[in-house]
Write a new protein. Sequence first.
Length: 118
Amino acid sequence: MKIILLALPLLVFPAAASAQNLIPPEVVVLENVQVEGDVKTVYVGNANKHYSLYCNVKAAGRITPEANKNYLLFTKDTRWKMPGAKDVISLAFVQDWTVKYNQEEKYWPCSRRKRRSR
């Protein structure tokens, strides 16, 4: 399942979830980062869910979230509209705006695994 983290000011997060079947992104925080070889594993989560995100340390456009900051987690189901916006923000929109990995690039944002709640 494809996902991406987006660092947007969360003041605009409570966007209208109207009759357009909008699904907002999850708010997550950094839990841990591990690097083994060329693979960076970033653990993020919130009170309800925890995720493991994988990326190649050499991949263009990769980020490492900072501690004590909120991040928006976009999945293939996310459809979000900021106040005053004409169009919805989806995973595809964010990937087109930032970076989208092809099939040969097998790490983040293409890889996600939900971890068990603690």
